[in-house]
Design a protein around this ligand. Sequence first.
Ligand SMILES: *[C@@H]1O[C@H](CO)[C@@H](O)[C@H](O)[C@H]1NC(C)=O
Ligand SMILES: *[C@@H]1O[C@H](CO)[C@@H](O)[C@H](O)[C@H]1NC(C)=O
Ligand SMILES: *[C@@H]1O[C@H](CO)[C@@H](O)[C@H](O)[C@H]1NC(C)=O
Ligand SMILES: *[C@@H]1O[C@H](CO)[C@@H](O)[C@H](O)[C@H]1NC(C)=O
Ligand SMILES: *[C@@H]1O[C@H](CO)[C@@H](O)[C@H](O)[C@H]1NC(C)=O
Length: 300
Amino acid sequence: MRPPRQLPLMGLLFFSLIPSQLCQICKPLINTMLKANYTKGIQNANVLLTLRLVGIKNQSLEQQLSQQIKEDINSKEMELTSGQLALGILALGACENPDEEFIHGAHLVSKLGDKFQAEIQNMETHDGNPLTNYYQLSLALLALCLFNGSYSITSVTYYFTPENKNYYFGDQFSVATLAKKIQSEGKQGLFGNIFSTGEAMQALFVSSDYYKSKTNCQETLRTVFYNISQNAFSLPIAAAQILPALMGKTYLDVTNTSCSHNPVEETSWGPYVTSVQGIRASSSDRTYWQLLSNGQPLSQ
Ligand SMILES: *[C@@H]1O[C@H](CO)[C@@H](O)[C@H](O)[C@H]1NC(C)=O
Ligand SMILES: *[C@@H]1O[C@H](CO)[C@@H](O)[C@H](O)[C@H]1NC(C)=O
Ligand SMILES: *[C@@H]1O[C@H](CO)[C@@H](O)[C@H](O)[C@H]1NC(C)=O
Ligand SMILES: *[C@@H]1O[C@H](CO)[C@@H](O)[C@H](O)[C@H]1NC(C)=O
Ligand SMILES: *[C@@H]1O[C@H](CO)[C@@H](O)[C@H](O)[C@H]1NC(C)=O
């Protein structure tokens, strides 16, 4: 095995399918996140991540969530799974905020590297099965990429190629097979469940194949909007998972320096979306992400 190396991760901006009136429908989701009672520590990491990623400014809530996440990491670091620690890092490190100190001080990125390595070792000895699941593995790899962690490029190349169909980004879906799943099973436009839909949507938005079928996209959005109106995303974690995709963000934007200049402003009526940054009208724009090694896609 070659020594671990760093892998540059390219994220390009994402193509607009979403009309600006969309954010009318985002409001109940934002309210769900703002009004919930949070007691579950690291399990709410994705709520903090979404608040920061889409630029919902509520300092007291941010502080409360960040405090709970740090306490959990301090008190049960060993028990945390790779995906939990990855989400913790993504949330604490999102959009240039003071919590980055904590990530460095507690050496969280190298600890995540160890957990990722343990997953890979388990895959090597147990017929490709990780300790957790491919979804967590993908989150861990994403966090390692974005926060300059190290990992074995050989293993990643082997296990994360589309041929291996291991690149999961929703509980049951790999990016490689997502498009097909949508055609076959996703007639209702909502794939997986309300928890995985948001992340699956992010994956789709960065996967260029999906745009070949605009109908799929619109169908998915229509169903999501309908489900929102039916209160399907009434749990803060579910709301937090769907919101970035609806607002044109993916987890790849976490370390983007423009991430901290975001469009949501707080007014006396609560948060209000004044503009949707980064979403352009051009339908010729495409977005995708690729894992590149020395400029070459990993699968080659
Ligand atoms: C949160 O907790 C407060 C006080 O314990 C309670 O009044 C309120 O209904 C709770 N809110 C939700 C959304 O559960
Ligand atoms: C900010 O978050 C707190 C919970 O920490 C919530 O009680 C409050 O209503 C939120 N503020 C707004 C303007 O939504
Ligand atoms: C990762 O490394 C690159 C290049 O060395 C640097 O520009 C970037 O700020 C680093 N990112 C983090 C989150 O440390
Ligand atoms: C979402 O809406 C579809 C109809 O378009 C419905 O079949 C499905 O049960 C809804 N899901 C949830 C979780 O409400
Ligand atoms: C960061 O975000 C800005 C605006 O949202 C975009 O123009 C830029 O391409 C992004 N940079 C990266 C590296 O994704």
